[in-house]
Write a protein that binds this ligand. Structure first.
Ligand code: GLY
Length: 430
């Protein structure tokens, strides 16, 4: 794989794709707002390249299809940028995240690669976020397609997993569903019997009866819109009583979050509703104690729910976060917290009609975190550590679905997939 002619899987930049519709590498697009023209810089394949890859649509045709006025060779890009700089024109560009783009832009603009990110255009970033946040009907069709494939991926995992299988055997078949449906993965598959670690990617652990499998996976369509779901199911045919108790707390927390989804809701409040709901459930099992409003405000729940409730989703799984989480999930007045837990909440701002987002609460018993907090006696007025220690090998449970915010409330995206414990068990009927 580390040989220059074995080309890595190319994934077009989502903003580039959104505005141009052109899904191929080595292109630059200049939108000259003053002159009202667009210039696509790139090269058609040479005959030698065609020998290896086969023919490709000419850039002129691709440009015509997307309404781009002008196509020029790649080598002209530098002069165009330098010319604009000489004329003291303002050049807006997005933050870069690929080394090769950073290197080129840095050279063309005469800005050190180390300060390119801070010089990226806030005006352009905000303008793009303002457009891409509101999903059109055409986009929703694609997103639902992605979520339906994602549902099929999860169904596959729930139906094929058996004691004695390795995690990768299941992950491979789950990923096959995305690929055989003409798309790709929206992100690297998380399929693990160690679901307490939030993003523990598919490994080689062997499934054993009594364990839980957490599968967080998603497809992207060939137009690169994403789906993102999580289900947690028992390796045995049924959940144990203890697993079902925790599962039901997560499910109730998810339902409480869903009930808040509507325009005007501050998603940070939805997150906090879930945090309290999780503490309520854990209090009923004797793991926590005391006043739950105080406990939530203090962040006691972060022993069990260390991440955020959800994120925007679209052409990127974490939609537009490469442009800046501060624009996508927060506002000029609502800033992201730096506290453990809340700092992982990618979306905090008010929900609006046409937003698409995930809701993904979970409970995670991370032995290393439990031990550290207990040693520090952290929040010992709220946490019954002796009881929590009896769950140290429990693992983790997450339930995740994707939603569109509608005029009055929300719409679940994709075909519904079982999520009540009993319904999951019915699917595990081997
Ligand atoms: N579901 C994976 C992620 O949100 O990063």
């Amino acid at each position: 794989m580390n040989y220059k002619d074995n080309i890595y899987h190319f994934r077009q930049d989502s903003s580039f794709l959104y505005y141009s519709g052109i899904d191929r590498p080595n292109l630059f697009l200049v939108i000259d707002v003053g002159a009202n023209i667009e210039i696509l810089f790139g090269n058609d394949l040479t005959i030698e390249e065609t020998v290896w890859t086969g023919p490709q649509e000419s850039l002129t045709i691709s440009a015509e299809k997307s309404g781009i006025t002008t196509v020029q060779p790649s080598s002209f890009a530098e002069a165009t940028i330098k010319n604009a700089l000489q004329q003291k024109r303002v050049i807006h560009f997005l933050p870069t995240y690929r080394a090769v783009t950073t290197k080129k832009l840095s050279h063309w603009l005469g800005i050190s690669p180390y300060s390119l990110a801070e010089k990226a255009s806030a005006i352009l970033s905000k303008a793009i976020v303002a457009q891409r946040s509101y999903k059109t009907n055409e986009e929703l069709v694609e997103i639902e397609k992605a979520v339906d494939i994602t549902t099929a991926m999860h169904l596959k995992a729930i139906q094929i997993a058996r004691p004695g299988m390795a995690e990768y055997e299941i992950a491979g078949q789950v990923e096959g569903v995305a690929i055989t449906n003409g798309g790709h993965l929206a992100f690297p598959t998380i399929l693990t019997v160690n679901g307490q670690y939030l993003h523990n990617h598919a490994g080689s652990s062997i499934l054993q009866k009594g364990q839980l499998v957490l599968c967080d996976s998603g497809a992207e369509t060939n137009m690169h819109y994403a789906g993102d779901m999580t289900r947690t199911f028992p390796v045995s045919k049924t959940f144990t009583t203890q697993q079902k108790e925790i599962y039901n707390i997560v499910l109730q927390a998810e339902e409480a979050a869903i009930a808040t989804l509507k325009p005007g809701t501050l998603f940070r409040d939805s997150h906090l509703v879930v945090c309290k709901k999780i503490l309520m459930g854990l209090k009923s099992l004797g793991l926590v104690k005391g006043d739950l409003d105080e406990a939530t405000a203090a962040g006691v729940h972060t022993l069990f729910f260390q991440c955020g409730l959800g994120h925007m989703m679209g052409m990127d799984l974490h939609d537009m976060e490469n442009i800046g989480e501060e624009y996508v999930g927060y506002t000029n007045t609502l800033k992201k917290s730096t506290e453990f837990g809340l700092k992982s909440l990618r979306l905090g701002k008010e929900l609006e009609e046409e937003f698409v987002l995930t809701v993904e609460p979970g409970i995670y018993f991370i032995p290393e975190l439990i031990d550290q907090w207990q040693a520090e006696k952290k929040y010992s007025e709220f946490i019954n550590y002796d009881k929590v220690q009896t769950y140290r090998n429990f693992g983790g449970i997450r339930i995740e679905e994707d939603f569109l915010i509608t005029k009055d409330a929300y719409k679940l995206l994709g075909k519904p997939l079982a999520k009540k414990a009993e319904n999951i068990e019915s699917l595990r009927n081997y």
